[in-house]
Design a protein around this ligand. Sequence first.
Ligand SMILES: Cc1cc2nc3c(=O)[nH]c(=O)nc-3n(C[C@H](O)[C@H](O)[C@H](O)COP(=O)(O)OP(=O)(O)OC[C@H]3O[C@@H](n4cnc5c(N)ncnc54)[C@H](O)[C@@H]3O)c2cc1C
Length: 500
Amino acid sequence: MSGTDTVVQHVRVVVVGSGFGGLGAAVRLRQEGVTDFLVLERAGSVGGTWRDNSYPGCACDVPSHLYSFSFAPNPDWPRTFSGQPEIRAYLERIADRFQLRPHLRFDHEVQGARWDAAASRWELSTSQGVYTADVMVAACGPLSDPSVPDLPGLADFPGKVFHSARWDHDYDLAGKRVAVVGTGASAIQIVPMIQPKVERLVLLQRTPPWIMPRMDRDITSAERRLYRRVPAAQRALRAALWSIRESQVGAFVKRPGMLKAAQALAKRNIDKHIKDPALRARLTPDYSFGCKRVLLSNTYYPALAQPNVDLVASGLKEVRGSTVVAADGTEHEVDAIIFGTGFHVTDMPIGSRITGAAGRTLGEEWKDGMAALRGSTVSGFPNLLFVIGPNTGLGNSSMVLMIESQLNYLADYLRRLDASGAAALDATPEAQRRWNAEVQRRMARTVWNNGGCRSWYLDGNGNNTVLWPGTTAHFRRETRSVDLAEYDLVQTPATAPVTV
Ligand SMILES: Cc1cc2nc3c(=O)[nH]c(=O)nc-3n(C[C@H](O)[C@H](O)[C@H](O)COP(=O)(O)OP(=O)(O)OC[C@H]3O[C@@H](n4cnc5c(N)ncnc54)[C@H](O)[C@@H]3O)c2cc1C
C-alpha cells in the first residue's frame, strides 16, 4: 500500500474466499456474535469449487448427505452423489439463509496482504482498494488455481484450449477431435460425458488411477419426504456414512496391507469392462490402491472401450501445430485440448501474496514445504487463520468435516484473543515444529507415502503436506480449542511519545 491509498474499510475479521470454507467461516462468525466482518471474493458469486467447476459430469465423490454442512442439512439432495449445479445452488442458499449477503464483496481479488506490526492489523490490497482487519481468515481453497503444464508449442496451438475448472460452454465439442490431458478425478467424470459427442477422443494418461464402482442413484421422493419430516433419519444416515469412512482410515494410515481386498475389487472392475488385454494392461496401475486418490465411476471404462477413443499411456510432451505429441512419441492431430491437470496445491498462489511480521512471504516461509500449527496458524503470521491449511486434506471423506473443525478453532481463537487483551496471537515456532513433526511421523506409515506412486499430495521434496494422517474425529479433537501455551501474545507497540 502506498502512503496515498485510503482504506476502504476496517473490519474485525476479513475472510478471503466464498466456497464451503469462506461461507462456513461467515456463518460461524455470525453465530459467535461477530458481525463486523467481510468476505472478499475474487469472482462474481459464491461457491468456490462448485462455481468454477462446471464441466460436464461434475459431481461430488463423497455422498451428498455427508458432503454438506452439519448445521444445514439438505433433505432434498437429488442423488447420492449430487451434481455441481445442486451443490452450487446449496451454497447460494447458505448465503441467503444465514444472511451473509451484506458481508460479501464480489470481484474483490486479494492481491497482497501484509501484517502491519505498528497497527497490529492486516492490510489487504484488493482489486477494489485497501481493506484492513484485525484477523484474516484465508479460505482461498486448496484446489482453486488451475495448473496447466508449461509445454513447448502450446501457445501456438491453433485450436481451442481450456482447463477443466474453466470450461468453455460456448465451444461445441460435437464432431471435434479432442485431447483430454490427465486421468484424475475431473478427467474421469468428463471423458464419459464427451466421448459420445466427439469425433475422436485422445486421452493422455501419465498414470492410471484405481477406480471403484460408484454407488450412485436417485434419492426417491419418499426418502426426501422422510428426511424433511424426520430430520433424525437424515442425521442417522449422515452418521452411518461418516462411520464407514472413519473405519477405513486405519487401512490408509497404518495398515496399507488391508487395502489389498479393495485393490482386488478395483482390478475386477477393470477386467469387467475392458476386454482388450493391451488396453487392460495400460489401465492397470502399478502402485498400491489408495496411494493416489481412489476414484469412483461406472462409466469411465465403458467409454474408454469405445472405438472413437485412443488411450495414450504417456504424458503430453509437446504440441506441434495442431498435433499433440506424447512422451512416447505418439502423435495425434486435434481441434481442442482440455487440461484435467489439477491445481496448484503445494504451491498455492496466495502464499506469495501474504507477508508476515518479518517481511517474508508465506511462499518464502514454505519454500521447503507447507507447515502450520493444527493446519490453521503459521508462526510469524499473527492473527492469520487458514481454513483447509497444510495437512488438513482427506483421501476418503468429506472436506466439510475438516472445515467445520477449523471453524471451531477459529471461534475459540477469537474468544481467547478477546479474553487475553492482546492485539494478536502468534503461533510459537516450537509448537508449530512439534505439531508438524508428529504429523510427519504418522505420515511415514501411510499408503500415500509408501504406495509407490507420485501424487499431488506430495510436494517437490516428496513430503506429504496436503493430507491429514488420521480420522476426522481425531482432527476434531485436536482443533476443539486453542491452547494459549502454543502462542505468543502480541501487544500493540506503545505509541512513541510526541515531543514538541
Ligand atoms: C471438481 C472437484 C470435486 C471435488 N469433490 C469433492 C468431494 O466430493 N468431496 C470433498 O470432500 N471435496 C471435494 N473437492 C475438494 C473441494 O475443493 C473442497 O471440498 C471444498 O469445496 C473447498 O472449499 P474451499 O472454500 O476451501 O475452497 P474453494 O471452494 O476453492 O473456494 C475458494 C474461494 O476463494 C476464492 N479466492 C481464491 N484466491 C482468492 C484471492 N486472492 N482473492 C479473493 N478470493 C480468492 C476463490 O475464487 C474461491 O471462490 C472437490 C474439488 C474439485 C475441484
